[in-house]
Design a protein around this ligand. Structure first.
Ligand SMILES: [Zn+2]
Length: 326
């Protein structure tokens, strides 16, 4: 009894920070690498230049760096009426706001989709990324739902967007395995919106159960993985088999610790399991790399715009040098 009591006290005293828990369990040897930035860029460029396959893993940090920021000026400019009426803080938390009516909920989401998915053209950072890998056997695994990869020219057959699409809707309860293109519907709703609400006749209903519709986003157990999603998952599976043949680079961009089990941890597992695989992790704040990866892991802790631009310049330099030599 005495021992149990003691243990209880010890446990209570030890504070657990969830981010440390996530960092600490899969890779106990996470470090911020000490090599100078220029050296890291040179090394990363050489890896990419020599790679047969480039698997891109992209998280929220990539779209934020590209310009699709969810707070600050961009949020205030596009949602001033919603901020005034509901006290919304940013576009991320706004997605969880308990709107009381369907007219209000759709009013928010059509604007959100319009601002982040429908209106923006292919952003420069995504275009640069496409130029970097278009000649390679590439594939994109992403948690982003803003359609930027498709807009920038990446082939649909080479993209697996695991968490959905701001441009599609589904039955809120997932009663049938289909999703629906909502791009033109949202654009019309945005036009018709008044006082943060859409007209009642515009509220979409599930064609099967008659219930409300929701965004096709993985936020609860009702997320619909439709035919297209399953096809993309299959393509990704096939690509992973190819990846084992030849030299592979995993180019991880802006993936934090929100959902690390989709990209970050599996990428680390691939590096551990396959000797011909290298990891380039570009992340403004969290470019920690397992020390045990040695030279097969590069973690560059910088703004993605800077590091991707510098890698592109360096690769062009290497190519020019090769041409001169031959
Ligand atoms: Zn339904």
């Amino acid at each position: 009894m005495e021992i149990r009591k003691h243990l209880h006290i010890v446990r209570r005293q030890k504070k657990v920070d969830w981010t440390q828990f996530l960092c600490g369990i899969p890779a106990r040897d996470y470090i911020f690498q000490k090599e100078p930035y220029e050296e890291q860029i040179t090394q990363a460029s050489a890896y990419l230049k020599e790679a047969d396959h480039v698997l891109i893993g992209a998280g929220a940090g990539l779209s934020a760096a590209a310009g699709l920021t969810y707070s600050g000026k961009r949020f205030q400019e596009n949602f001033s009426d919603f901020i005034k009426k509901y006290g919304l803080q940013d576009m991320y938390s706004a997605g969880f706001y308990p709107f009381q009516t369907e007219e209000e909920r759709c009013g928010y989401w059509c604007r959100h989709s319009y601002v982040n998915r429908i209106k923006p053209p292919a952003l420069l950072l995504y275009q640069q990324l496409f130029d970097l890998v278009k000649e390679k056997d590439y594939f994109v695994l992403t948690t982003n739902v803003d359609h930027q990869f498709q807009k920038a020219g990446f082939s649909e057959e080479r993209i697996f967007a695991t968490q959905g699409d701001y441009g599609r809707i589904q039955c809120m309860k997932g009663c049938h395995p289909r999703t629906y293109d909502a791009v033109s519907m949202f654009a019309q709703m945005v036009q018709a919106e008044k006082d943060c609400k859409i007209p009642s006749y515009m509220v979409p209903k599930c064609p099967v159960c008659g219930g409300p519709m929701a965004m096709n986003l993985r936020c609860d157990q009702y997320f619909v993985e439709d035919e297209q999603w399953n096809e993309a998952a299959e393509n990704y599976g096939k690509y992973l088999k190819q990846l084992k043949k030849g030299k592979a680079v995993l180019l991880e961009l802006g993936v934090g610790f929100n959902t690390p089990s989709i990209i970050r941890f599996p990428f680390e597992k691939m590096v551990r399991e396959h000797k011909n695989t290298e990891l380039i992790r570009l992340n403004r704040d969290e470019a920690v790399i397992p020390e045990s990866f040695g030279e097969r892991g590069i973690g560059i802790n910088r703004d993605l715009c800077d590091s991707l631009r510098d890698i592109t310049i360096e690769i062009k330099k290497i190519s020019a040098d090769h041409l001169q030599d031959s």
